[in-house]
Design a protein around this ligand. Structure first.
Ligand code: ZN
Length: 155
């Protein structure tokens, strides 16, 4: 929120108050034209106050929304846990944790739910990256080693 908006608002409230006091203190001494001029000044000052109050209200709502977003992000961040190859977030009592994309979360704080392709492989449908668990990588490495050994025996 811009603090100068509030300072301007308070300045215009002070101006309006001073004009109103001047009108009150003048009692019956003000001529009709001067009284009308003072009332026009007062109305103008109050119109400025109204506009600035609306601006402050808009900025306050925007700030409250941002605070809520940051609180939600902090709550999410507190419950996220890292386990290769992705982040895991609780899905509620009685439900297994759900996998989320690490690059999407780290770069943009975006929670992109991963598609579980089974056997330790996941895919992010937002950024298109594929992830494998360390167990799957190890299984694949052993299969490759076994294939190489089989080929070398047949040659
Ligand atoms: Zn992603």
């Amino acid at each position: 929120m811009d603090i100068t908006t509030i300072a301007t608002l308070l300045g215009n409230v002070k101006t309006a108050t001073e004009i109103a006091k001047a009108i009150k203190d003048s009692g019956a001494t003000l001529e009709g034209a001067e009284a009308k001029f003072r009332l026009a000044e007062l109305i103008s000052a109050l119109a400025d106050v109204k506009i600035e109050a609306a601006t402050v209200q808009e900025q306050l709502l925007s700030a409250q929304l941002r605070i809520r977003e940051l609180e939600d992000a902090a709550t999410t961040h507190a419950v996220m846990r890292w386990q290769q190859p992705c982040y895991w977030k609780p899905a509620g009592e009685g439900h297994p944790d759900l996998p989320y994309c690490q690059p999407c979360y780290d770069e943009h704080r975006r929670l992109s739910l991963l598609n579980d392709w089974g056997e330790g492989q996941f895919r992010c449908m937002v950024c298109g990256k594929t992830f494998e668990t360390p167990e799957r990588i190890e299984r694949r490495r052993q299969q490759n080693a076994a294939q190489i050994a089989t080929r070398s025996r047949t040659i």
